[in-house]
Design a protein around this ligand. Structure first.
Ligand code: FES
Ligand SMILES: [Fe+2]
Length: 291
C-alpha cells in the first residue's frame, strides 16, 4: 500500500520488476489475490484479462475478444536498487538516485517494519548525531565531512566506534567511517567501512507512507570483503557469514530506533541542544517536499 493506494508488485519473465494499481480496470478484482504472472503480463483472476507491466496496457481479454480501450491498469515508474524495488509517486521527474557499484558485493539481505510515523521523521535520523551514542551505543561519533544540504540530497560522512555485534555493548569496538546519502525523504544509502580491515558494508533504507498515519520502513544490507584490495580470491563462505552478521546487527540497530519512532510526536518547536546535529537545517530542507 502506497499512500492509501493498493498496488501489486511482480517480476515479469524478462526479469523486470513491475508495479501496477492492484484493482483491475475491468470490474475491479484485486490482481494480487489470485492473479498470475504470464510472461510480461499479469492475468486477472476474475475474467482473465492480461495487463503488461510497463504501461498497464491490456493485451488480451479472457474471451479472446479485443481489449476495450478503457482497460488500462495504472502503472508506476519502477527502479530497483540495492535489493529494493521502488515505485515513484509524486510530481516532477522520477529518479535521481545514486548509482551503486555492483562489483564484489554480496546479495542484499533485507528486513521491514511498519509503525506509526512519517518518512520525514525517519530521515531526520540521518542528521540526529545525538542519538547515535544514546540509542545505538556508538562511541565518539564525529563528523569527518561536513553536512551538505544540496537540492533533494543530504550528504555527510561520520566516524564512530561501533561495538562488534557478537559481543554486545561491552565488547570490543571497531572504528567505522560511514558516508550517508539521503535522497528525498524516502531513500538513504549508507556506505560504511570498518577501518583497518577493509570490510565494507552498504545499507539501503527506504520509508514509504502507507497512509496518513503509518509508515513502512525497509532496509537492506550487503558487504564487500577485503579480498579485492588484498589481491586475494573472494572467500565466498566468509562473505556469506559476514553478510548475515551485518544484516543481524543492522537490524538490531534499527530495532532500537523503531519503538522510539513509533511512539514519538513531531514537535514543531524542538528544544535544540548543543550536540544535536543540524536539526534546524534539516527541517528547512525537508520543507521542500511538503505538498
Ligand atoms: S475484473 Fe479483472 S478481468 Fe474482470
Ligand atoms: Fe538510529
Amino acid at each position: 500500500v502506497i499512500q492509501g493506494r493498493e498496488v501489486v508488485v511482480f517480476r515479469a519473465r524478462s526479469g523486470a520488476a513491475r508495479v501496477l494499481d492492484a484493482h483491475c480496470p475491468h470490474l475491479g478484482a484485486h490482481l494480487g489475490h489470485g492473479g498470475e504472472v504470464r510472461g510480461e503480463t499479469i492475468r486477472c483472476p476474475f475474467h482473465g484479462f492480461c495487463f503488461e507491466g510497463a504501461e498497464g496496457r491490456c493485451t488480451e481479454t479472457g474471451y479472446g475478444t479485443r481489449p476495450p480501450p478503457l482497460a488500462r491498469a495504472g502503472a508506476w515508474p519502477v527502479r530497483e536498487l540495492g535489493g529494493v524495488v521502488m515505485a515513484f509517486h509524486g510530481p516532477g521527474d522520477p529518479w535521481d538516485l545514486p548509482v551503486l557499484d555492483g562489483e564484489g558485493w554480496t546479495r542484499p539481505q533485507g528486513h521491514g517494519w511498519e509503525f506509526e510515523g512519517r518518512p520525514q521523521e525517519i530521515a531526520e535520523n540521518s542528521v540526529d548525531l545525538g542519538h547515535l551514542s544514546v540509542v545505538h551505543g556508538y562511541g565518539a561519533p564525529r563528523v569527518v565531512e561536513a553536512f551538505a544540504f544540496d537540492g533533494p540530497r543530504i550528504r555527510v560522512t561520520l566516524e564512530f566506534r561501533r561495538p562488534l555485534p557478537f559481543f554486545g555493548r561491552l565488547g570490543p569496538a571497531v572504528p567505522v567511517v560511514a558516508a550517508i546519502e539521503q535522497v528525498g525523504l524516502g531513500f538513504a544509502a549508507v556506505h560504511a567501512e570498518v577501518q583497518g580491515v577493509g570490510l565494507q558494508n552498504r545499507f539501503v533504507v527506504t520509508s514509504t507512507s502507507v497512509d496518513e498515519r503509518r509508515v513502512a520502513l525497509r532496509v537492506t544490507s550487503s558487504v564487500r570483503g577485503p579480498w579485492a584490495s588484498l589481491g586475494l580470491r573472494p572467500l565466498r563462505l566468509l562473505d556469506a557469514v559476514l553478510a548475515t552478521m551485518t544484516q543481524v546487527s543492522f537490524r538490531k540497530d534499527v530495532s532500537q530506533d523503531v519503538p522510539i519512532w513509533g511512539h514519538k510526536r513531531a514537535l514543531e518547536r524542538p528544544a535544540i541542544a548543543e550536540g544535536d546535529g543540524p536539526l534546524g537545517k534539516y527541517r528547512s530542507w525537508a520543507r521542500q517536499f511538503s505538498l
